[in-house]
Design a protein around this ligand. Structure first.
Ligand code: AMP
Length: 606
């Protein structure tokens, strides 16, 4: 294994890498850096995110560029704003000790004027998204006539996102003599066509085996039905107390629904997709990086460029439409020497795709079994006990309080004390999984029985929804603002585009109607009204639900009382998005109003 100096990089670059903690080059760096430094041949590199590819193409450029000239010498195209910003920042870090090198990052959704000013100040390296780069070329603010290096990063993703025309335009604006460096995790026909049309006999390098899944990633699949998909997802999250994961979904809508359900069920989760504003996306990504959020539900495109190396899991709620994208997803975990697990939830029909993916990743899927309630509880308990064992006691701070605590607990022996303390944390969880089913053996028929309704709850229709920026938290806030009563329990919440549903303690049915009628609340400029869904009111013809979940007893509680299949409930509802028919679905028992929860869930400190 060589050092960065041995690969041909100068001391100021090496020093910056040492500051960043890069001890030795990665495989792709070892192959690409000397190749680019010593040859002007075009380069085609098979490299996934997480392999160190940014440094692989930018370090040799930094080594070679002429910092005494202020014209653009390298243009780096990347599919998303996030990735462009990340690459720009990486390069700025790399040239910490190269004071004359300037980097400009250009992308849509941000002031064009600021970016033009940055270009005017002179930047030898420009990192850009394809659309904004073309706009700036058209405005003559970006001149690529002297470019020596053109980097196409994540070329497959740029083509997937429909940037073919923009790529063509940028390629046309650069001189023939440039060196083109194309980095891609997959090489479908369209990427090969770019390589064929715009590159001259490129040298090929790989970061390992072509298109292989990272060797640090274990690939598992879990058989589910549409009704068990969401409960299975929750059980997998519950089994892993220290989960830090991205859940990938195919569409924005699916992403929002899964995230809403997880938030409603008390998990520390949020969504990331293209319907969010740039500010919202930045905020979600920031929270995820800082681990304020433990589970990020994201579309493939939105998750690009999220630079997180420590993911424990990648969860595929549904497989991507283009199976090649599976490698992008699974490559988000098992990075920087860490181990990772990529889990796929598949129904009978989707199972066939696994064989195709295995051919691409050159690795086999291991069949996983959706964990039982007992397994989850055991795992969580042991995790808690480990944490107790490793907790440091701050003797001096506690000293003053200890005598009165000892006095209060003096009648309890060691065993009773342990039991009480464990129960405090676990009663809610134990109750939740009390009669939990084996999700592995539920046929669709059995599953329909799992979809139960809580008879202690009334289901309300409310005339505001996602388009009004409503989310479960805001809805709970709105209900609380009506002062219906301190002890009123809120059950399942279903936020739809233009209206929503919520369940609420049946005993407060009339009070709730009265409160909304007399307060006449507004939400996002709309006057709010609610109705009881008709069948709910008559109360007839429904099966009994699970027992209500524990009250506000702290510990690992959720708001929801059952694992009821939300996704099924939602698909039913879509065919009957009207209050009078909505009572057909529910799927959840009553529950705690506040998410407390441990694991991947939010614990409310109060
Ligand atoms: P990339 O594939 O360029 O997105 O890089 C993935 C992550 O690995 C980034 O967080 C880099 O900072 C880090 N990284 C890249 N090269 C090295 C290296 N040689 N040693 C340690 N970390 C690295």
């Amino acid at each position: 294994m060589s050092t960065f100096l041995e690969l041909g990089l100068k001391e100021p670059i090496n020093k910056a890498l040492t500051d960043l903690g890069y001890e030795k080059p990665t495989v792709i760096q070892e192959k690409a850096i000397p190749q680019i430094i010593s040859s002007t041949e075009d380069l085609k590199a098979f490299a996934q995110t997480g392999t160190g590819k940014t440094a692989a193409f930018s370090l040799p450029i930094l080594e070679l560029l002429d910092s005494s000239q202020s014209n653009v010498q390298a243009i780096i195209l990347s599919p998303t704003r996030e990735l462009a910003v990340q690459i720009g920042n990486n390069i700025k870090d790399f040239c910490k000790y190269l004071p004359d090198v300037k980097v400009a990052t250009v992308y849509g959704g941000s002031s064009m004027e600021d970016q033009i000013r940055a270009l005017k100040r002179g930047a030898q390296i420009v990192v850009g998204t394809p659309g904004r780069t073309v706009d700036l070329i058209k405005r003559r603010a970006l001149k690529l006539g002297n470019v020596q290096w053109l980097v196409l990063d994540e070329a497959d993703e740029m083509l997937n996102m429909g940037f073919k025309d923009e790529l063509d335009k940028v390629l046309e604006a650069t001189p023939e003599s440039k060196q083109t460096l194309l980095f891609s995790a997959t090489f479908p026909r369209e990427v090969e066509a770019i390589a064929r049309n715009y590159m001259t006999k490129p040298v090929e390098i790989t970061s390992g085996e072509k298109n292989s899944g990272s060797e640090n990633v274990t690939h598992e699949y879990y058989g589910v039905t549409e009704r068990t998909r969401y409960p299975a997802l929750k059980r997998i999250a519950d089994l892993n107390p220290d989960i830090y994961a991205i859940i990938f979904c195919r569409t924005r809508r699916e992403t929002q629904e899964v995230a809403d359900n997880l938030i409603r069920d008390g998990y520390s989760a949020d969504s990331l997709h293209g319907d969010l504003s740039q500010g919202q996306r930045d905020s979600v990504m920031g929270k995820f990086r800082k681990r304020t959020i433990k589970i990020l539900v994201a579309t493939d495109v939105a998750a690009r460029g999220l630079d997180v190396n420590e993911l424990t899991h990648v969860l595929n709620h549904k497989l991507p439409d283009q199976i090649e994208n599976y490698t992008h997803r699974s490559g988000r975990t098992g990075r920087a020497g860490n181990k990772g697990i990529s889990i796929v939830l598949v129904n009978g029909k989707e199972k066939g795709k696994l064989r195709q993916i295995e051919r691409i990743i050159k690795s086999k899927f291991i069949e996983g079994k959706v964990p039982s309630g007992k397994e989850i509880i055991k795992n969580q308990l042991m995790n808690l006990i480990d944490k107790v064992q490793n907790t440091e006691v701050n003797e001096s701070e506690m000293e003053e309080f200890l005598p009165s605590i000892y006095e209060k607990l003096e009648d309890l022996d060691r065993e009773a004390l342990i039991k009480k303390f464990v129960s405090l944390e676990f009663n809610t969880m134990l109750k939740y999984y009390e009669n939990s089913k084996d999700l592995n053996n539920l046929s669709s028929r059995d599953n329909s029985r799992a979809r139960t309704v809580n008879e202690n709850m009334t289901r309300f229709f409310i005339n505001i929804g996602r388009k009004d920026s409503l989310n479960p938290g805001k809805l709970i806030g709105l209900i609380n603002d009506q002062n219906i009563g301190d002890k009123v329990e809120i059950g399942s919440i279903d936020i739809l585009d233009t209206f929503s549903f919520f369940e609420l303690d049946k005993n407060f049915e009339d009070k709730t109607l009265e409160a909304f009628a007399s307060n006449q609340p507004d939400f996002s400029g709309r006057s709010v009204n609610i109705e009881i869904t008709k069948k709910e009111r008559s109360g007839g013809g429904r099966r009994g639900g699970r027992k209500p979940f524990g009250k506000k007893d702290g510990g690992f509680g959720r708001r929801r009382g059952s694992e009821g299949g939300s996704s099924r409930a939602r698909s039913d509802r879509r065919s009957s998005d009207r209050p009078d028919r909505a009572s057909r679905n529910s799927g959840s028992g009553s529950g705690e109003r506040r998410s407390s929860a441990g694991f991947g869930r939010k614990r409310r400190e109060s």
